[in-house]
Ligand binder design. Structure first.
Ligand code: ZN
Length: 281
């Protein structure tokens, strides 16, 4: 199933997508995190509503919002595709490299992406996003798939000079609006293998990043097993799983994003997100 948060006038609401139509999930859950947390009980109701199509909108007539506006964690993996590690001029890490994006970064899948006042060194990073469904700690690798609710596409928008000025990435990765994601959550039952998905980033029609999630150094199961040794993973936590090669910053000369640039991120089976770079001034 494809589950979205959308706006059709008024407050954001939950919807399920059927082809070119989005069906409102009225009164089923107040928000996406509650829907995910109570999915085993709520799924039959959602399926009924989807069949009945009481309140349906054309997908093109609504505004899709980020599926979860305030995830309790946005965990991000750095250095997880060999070609990106090579272009960054460093050695493949033996350990998983983690940082966070703060909640203010969340942005709708088709909303403008701010070019900050503080820097013009703006860059894109297409990534597979995993959404946690079931709470857990010390999750064994072989059980990790049971803890994933679904998948989406994210753009780990990065302010490179702020990111690389010191060894700590967090502020350079956490400017307002720098985590557009969506366009919806595709539930894991519809993703037969999350580690065999073509992944692309296109800027102004030019293919910049193109890889496949089979090239992840540490896969989603490795990530869940590793992180959950430290922290309880909860419904609605999201994981940005790292970006492949082809980012603008490592090109010679670097090709940073400018106002008016259109950044489109695509993953097979999960749809696409697309945002225009818009000056914060
Ligand atoms: Zn990233």
């Amino acid at each position: 199933m494809k589950l979205a948060t959308f706006i059709a006038g008024g407050a954001p609401q939950l919807g399920a997508i059927d082809g070119e139509v989005i069906v409102a999930l009225r009164d089923i859950a107040p928000d996406m995190i509650s829907l995910i947390a109570n999915w085993p009980e709520l799924e039959p109701k959602v399926r009924e509503t989807l069949l009945a199509k009481d309140t349906a909108h054309a997908l093109g007539a609504v505004r899709l919002a980020a599926p979860i506006a305030r995830p309790s964690k946005i965990m991000c993996m750095g250095l997880n595709y060999l070609d990106h590690i090579e272009e960054s001029g460093i050695e493949a890490p033996a350990d998983q490299t983690w940082f966070v994006k703060t909640a203010n970064t969340v942005n709708g899948p088709f909303d403008p992406i701010p070019l900050p006042i503080a820097s013009d060194k703006l860059d894109y990073e297409v990534e597979l996003v995993a959404v946690i469904g079931k709470r857990g700690k010390h999750i064994a690798r072989e059980n990790a798939s049971r803890h994933v609710f679904g998948y989406a596409i994210g753009n780990d928008v990065s302010v490179r000079d702020w990111q690389l000025r010191t060894s700590q990435f967090v502020v350079g990765k956490s400017f307002d609006g720098h985590a557009p994601w969506g366009p919806w959550i595709t539930t894991s039952d519809e993703v037969s293998d999350p580690h065999a998905l073509d992944i692309r980033c296109v800027v102004n029609g030019e293919l910049r990043q193109h890889s496949n999630t089979k090239h992840l150094l540490f896969n989603v199961w490795d990530m869940i097993a590793h992180l959950s040794q430290a922290m309880t993973l909860e419904p609605g936590d999201i994981i940005f799983t790292g970006t492949p090669g082809g980012v603008g910053w490592t090109m010679n000369p670097p090709r940073t994003l400018k106002p008016g640039d259109i950044v489109r991120c695509e993953i097979d089976g999960l749809g696409a997100i697309e945002g225009a770079i818009t000056s914060e001034r």
